[in-house]
Ligand binder design. Structure first.
Ligand code: TZP
Ligand code: MG
Length: 228
């Protein structure tokens, strides 16, 4: 049986990071402004919140995402994704296996996985993920990296491993409006496959003007997709 998945535009994938908000900036206000600026997909990532708080933040984020018809994914926590009826989850290499997440979630759930190597991508494809998050492209202050930076040139071979599949790909880490063009154009597989989008945290979340920050990157991505 084929399952109808929600339509997802991976172009500008915002991963949240409340701890990076500028002083006085409200999280939900920032989220809404960034969506108005062009964010097409949201992942709620909470590394320090307790379950109840995570749940409240996830539900409030979902209410905003629904208003703009933007899909919402939850980082790591399948239970939170189920509780708020999110569109899916993003899981890392050391989180719950894709197969288990798939069993627990509704059949049309979007499942994405962080992949740092060709082997990771091959396994994720085998396991039936919907998209992969490739990188780290560059260094970042947002997360303590546990895997070496691959650079734009390192993304090509990871995209090659998606050849012949309809698994989507975004890249992550250190992506800003100033390097988004380089990232989109430079990350190409041997067969010419390019990224479906870019995942960004600090360049949007840490901005006092997340609308403009998102708009800048969204405009670049749109142009890159129009002229690959
Ligand atoms: N996973 C790998 S790097 C990263 C995550 C969540 C953080 C990227 O943040 P930024 O601020 O866009 O560099
Ligand atoms: Mg994780």
């Amino acid at each position: 049986m084929t399952v109808q998945k929600p339509a997802v535009d991976y172009s500008l994938y915002l991963v949240t990071g409340r701890e990076l908000l500028p002083e006085g900036k409200d999280y939900l206000e920032s989220l809404e402004e960034s969506i108005k600026g062009g964010v097409t997909l949201v992942q709620v990532r909470e590394k320090h919140a307790e379950t109840g708080e995570f749940l409240r933040i996830a539900q409030a984020s979902k209410d905003i995402c629904r208003k703009y018809n933007v899909p919402i994914l939850i980082n790591d926590r399948i239970d939170i994704a189920l509780a708020i009826q999110a569109d899916g989850v993003h899981i890392g290499q050391s989180d719950m296996p894709v197969e288990t997440a798939r069993k627990l979630l509704p059949p049309n759930a979007i499942i994405g996985m962080t992949c740092n190597t060709v082997e990771h991508v091959q396994k994720a494809v085998q396991d039936g993920v919907d998209y992969v998050g490739l990188g780290p492209v560059w260094g970042t202050q947002t997360k303590k990296l546990t895997s070496p930076v691959v650079g734009v040139r390192g993304i090509g071979p990871l995209l090659d491993a998606l050849e012949g599949t309809d698994v989507k790909a975004v890249s992550i880490a250190g992506i800003k409006s100033t390097n988004a063009l380089h990232c989109m154009h430079g990350s190409v597989s041997l067969s010419g496959r390019s990224l479906d989008g870019l995942a960004v945290v600090s360049d949007i979340v840490a901005s006092k003007d997340p609308y403009t920050a998102a708009k800048r990157i969204a405009t670049i991505i749109k142009a890159c997709k129009a002229n690959p």
